[in-house]
Design a protein around this ligand. Sequence first.
Ligand code: ADP
Ligand code: MG
Length: 338
Amino acid sequence: MKAHNSEVGVFVRVRPTANFAQDLIECLPDGQTVNICHRKTSRKPRDSNKSQLSSWSFQVEGVLQDVSQEEFYNQVCRRVVLGALDGYNGSVMCFGQTGAGKTYTMTGSTESYKQRGVIPRALQEVFQEVEKRTEHAFTVHLSYLEIYNETLVDLLPSLRGTQHPSPRGMVVTEEPGRGVFIRGLSLHPVHSEEEALNLLFEGEMNRIIGSHALNRNSSRSHCVFTVHIESRSRTLSDSKYITSKLNLVDLAGSERLRKTGSEGQMLKEAVYINKSLSFLEQAILALADRRRDHVPFRQSKLTHALKDSLGGNCNTVLVANIYALYSALCRQNEVSPG
Ligand code: ADP
Ligand code: MG
């Protein structure tokens, strides 16, 4: 297998909001630069009417503003999905605050077929390719994992009883030859797009039910939908199986709760999320740094579970979902930047 570019591709997707807010996020015509304007308010009461505008500029592989779900999939995700069919592990991860459009991007809106997100589009593409690539025999399995406060939850617990849940729950495990896998997480064989979509729908329902029944706010957990692909040449009689994984990840909301403003469960969730997101950041920075040969994957369940789909011979895309929220406030107290 040829060496593959192991750098992480970073994209920004800007969710549409009312016009007045757009001035906070400036997307430059090069399609790769986004400037963010932020208003800092003084905490001191006597300075309360003073605020400062500061701005940051970010350079990424692509800034996508007002793009349709179809354009987004084609520009950002398609190559990762096709790579998985060629045998390369891949991950697409959405990162951002609650309300920024992560779930819309990954799963999409049920309002219309046009608004379906990355996961249903990827499933469609996988099965279209399986039909087309007649020289290979493919097997496809799905799994859907939720990570809440460092606890692993199976969103598609096996109905057929083929896989007994381990009494000690699920664990991230590594075995030579098999790589990283989650012991106890059910893998479901699927033979068509329709079958795959039914499982996705079931997993989404379990995510919602879990959030009500067990008081798990679904925006406070990471959700990892994985397509496990196995292929073997039909023409070469002694050919080996090629396996790959495609992880489609809806990360927990990245908002930082003010230390004083949250307590109990909310605080606990925020602590776990901040930890696992900063471990993810550390792993990604280490991967991007060619001089480093150690990448700290085992510090959190998330990075450990994604280990062989982030580094090395694979395609990784990180999508930062952003939106402008505070412009109305910003306007009230307008001051010039600097
Ligand atoms: P998150 O998962 O990051 O908390 P959601 O995906 O739930 O955010 O998005 C919040 C709301 O904004 C939802 O009602 C969603 O349908 C809508 N939304 C998000 N992104 C877009 C978009 N690009 N175009 C239209 N509506 C969007
Ligand atoms: Mg969400």
